[in-house]
Design a protein around this ligand. Sequence first.
Ligand SMILES: [Zn+2]
Length: 282
Amino acid sequence: MKQLILLSLICIFLYSKPLVSVSIAPQAFFVEKIANDTVNVNILLPQNVDEHTFEFKPNTLKQLEKSDIYFTVGLEFEKIFNDKFHRNFPKLRFVNSQENISLVAIKDTHSHKEDKDEKHTNLDIHTWLDPILVQTMAMNIFKALAQQYPEHKAFYETNLNTFLAELDSLNLQIASKLRTIKNRKFIVYHPSWGYFASRYNLEQIPVEIEGKEPKLKDLQELIQEAKEENVKVIFVQPGFPENAVKVLSKELDAHIVQINHLARAWESELLKSVDQLATNLQ
Ligand SMILES: [Zn+2]
């Protein structure tokens, strides 16, 4: 009996898959596209939590400790814990999944005045909503996985090439769905659609300013701008603070539509968002 238990423990040990960690759910989708079932993926950010204000729980650290690789996406919580991570988990490999992507400053003020104040320039890290930037992210993920698990390199390479081709056709599909939209500006609570918008010749007008609910003055400017543009829909993400959006929707007689920029089912959720944009911006 004892031997049997020992044997099953050895089997579990031999066949348990390696663990890799990612910050947000869409990265899990990308990792699985390449690694398929050769790894388990641990997502640090819980569902419906603001990715910019999330704070680590002891439980989050436990899972991270068991991982071989941690794929980052430039979020605030990664930076806060960076030094601590390196000190506490010397074996954990940190891989920037946005390597070779030039990030641009986030545009989240409604005033048209030039803002030359350096401290207000935050880089936009929401690269995962643009399929073409995701191609670069996928190549970075592939490189790290192939280095870590060289026995699977050929398999990963085949999967990478399939994924890159899928992203090409997804890009064409999105472009054609959005081509005929007349009103190319849209209001969205959280400014996560910047790269997506510039890829498809749209413009996002965020409600949130520097990660906070807008002040009354900002809200008034936003209402003014939205009225000029005849905006009739406001996009929000799951778990957003509702106050400002309620005021806006009443003032503009606009309806509220939910889109999720952090879904694990990345491709289907992105296409759903595209359909919502296409339907509501005619
Ligand atoms: Zn964000």
